[in-house]
Design a protein around this ligand. Structure first.
Ligand code: SAJ
Length: 416
């Protein structure tokens, strides 16, 4: 059996490598020639535990190959991004391009799986796009369990955590949303090859919403913690100590406040629910706004620190510790830390020192004359204000005496 994975990004590449490591022949397809070349050399382009070795061994053994052009296969797994555009509307153009790209090579008996996080109805839209390209083939219909079609289709959303992707791909339960029951069973048989947990069959719409709901659940809970951080600041209470104490209650488990919510998932997916059912999703909508406004609060705290220092702003050196969207990874997507650091860069300080152990050069968008990437040691010698934005392991072990005499804005509570 040949499995083709369309989109070799954060999810597609690990999925392709795990399938290949289980002895399936996997053809990865990506529009980016550079990514394809890197993978065909047995290398990876992101920091993710275990992924490098898995790609290296599966490419060397010939089970994994990458290409820019779709080829015939038994199963097609689509794992392309679904960002939002305009007023938080889901952008399905990557899914549309992907299914239209595989349409010419589809054959009777194939299975097409949509893994991309999708608004409700996207799997059915994907079927419509494939139908347009291949009127000679028949496709399943949602709510019509007559199992007579040429191409089986299912939605099986990924739900793995960056930093633990390989472990969670294998060990997390998986939701399998068949367009019909048989489509679901066919998809389940494939996931059973590498998933060591439950593969739970449902319909495609329920699978689509369940994935969006999982991320919205987390967003709403983080918003609760972020709101508590504003309340505690007003009442002069240490929010982290208060949360730790409240969490001693057997039925309370409050998450951690931070500078905002980043990544390509939790800050995006709740909008798909708000977009589908705006009147009904007030809580989900408000949570998004609370989390998106948190960087403004951090900038206010930075401005307050400036006022305490007996120096002009143009003489102050400020340090931003961390740029990534969460600890111990190199992923900058939708990162509130990066957003805040860029705004600090515009505040006309004497110098902005960025400490980010997981990247080797500053991303675009900084004024390189006044901002530079720096080491922990050098930065702590000269910074007047230190803004802790990401709780990387290197920052947790800093000797706190090195921070004395400086203004500290600790958004993660590791130095508080
Ligand atoms: N964050 C907080 N406080 C917390 C926990 C997280 O501020 O207590 C912030 C993080 O710093 C980060 C953001 O939230 O900026 C998101 O981080 P995360 O670790 O909660 O989640 P992601 O985006 O890395 O991965 C999520 C996961 N979803 C859930 O846990 C419900 C993952 O399982 C999904 O597969 C992934 O989204 C996805 O691809 O949708």
């Amino acid at each position: 059996m040949i499995v083709s994975v369309i989109g070799l990004g954060y999810i597609g590449l690990p999925t392709a490598a795990v399938l290949a490591s289980n002895g399936l022949t996997v053809i990865g397809v990506d529009v980016n020639q550079n990514k394809v070349d890197i993978i065909n050399q047995g290398k990876t382009y992101t920091v993710e535990p275990e992924l490098d070795i898995l790609v290296q061994t599966t490419v060397q053994s010939g089970f994994l190959k990458a290409t820019t052009n779709p080829v015939k296969a038994s199963v097609f797994m689509v794992a392309v991004p679904t960002p939002f555009i305009g007023d938080h509307e889901p952008d399905l153009s990557y899914i549309e391009s992907a299914v239209k790209a595989i349409a010419p090579v589809l054959e009777k008996g194939n299975l097409v799986i949509l893994e991309s996080t999708s608004p409700v109805g996207a799997t059915e839209m994907a079927i419509e796009w494939m139908k347009e390209e291949r009127p000679d083939l028949s496709f399943p219909e949602f709510c019509n369990n007559t199992e007579k079609y040429d191409i089986a289709v299912a939605h099986c959303p990924e739900r793995v955590l960056p930093g633990r992707i390989i472990h969670e791909l294998i060990n997390n339960d998986r939701i399998i949303g068949g367009v019909t029951t048989k489509c679901g069973e066919k998809a389940r048989d494939l996931y059973n090859v590498f998933v060591e947990a439950h593969c739970l069959i449902t319909d495609c719409r329920t699978a689509e919403l369940s994935k969006l709901v999982e991320n919205s659940f987390r967003d709403v809970n983080i918003a609760f913690a972020n709101e508590l951080s504003l309340i505690c600041d007003k009442l002069d209470i240490n929010v982290w100590e208060m949360i730790k104490l409240s969490n001693h209650h057997p039925r309370v488990n409050i998450l951690q406040p931070g500078p905002g919510v980043g990544g390509h998932c939790i800050a995006v997916d709740p909008w798909f629910i708000v977009n589908s059912a705006p009147t009904e999703s007030k809580l989900i909508h408000t949570a998004r706004l609370v989390n998106d406004r948190k960087p403004d609060f951090i900038l206010e705290k930075i401005n307050q620190s400036v006022k305490v220092i007996a120096k002009k702003k143009s003489e102050i050196k400020i340090a931003c510790f961390g740029l990534t969207f969460k600890p111990d990874i190199d992923d900058l997507r939708e990162s509130p830390a990066l957003h805040i650091a860029k705004l600090v860069n515009l505040m006309k300080f004497n110098e902005v020192l960025v400490v980010e152990p997981n990247i080797s050069q500053l991303p675009k968008g900084f004024n390189m004359n006044s901002t530079k990437l720096s080491s922990i040691e050098k930065t702590l010698k000269i910074a007047d204000i230190v803004v802790l934005l990401v709780d990387h392991r290197e920052f947790k072990s800093i000797d706190l005496s090195l921070l004395s005499g400086k203004q500290i804005v600790d958004t993660r509570g590791i130095w508080s």
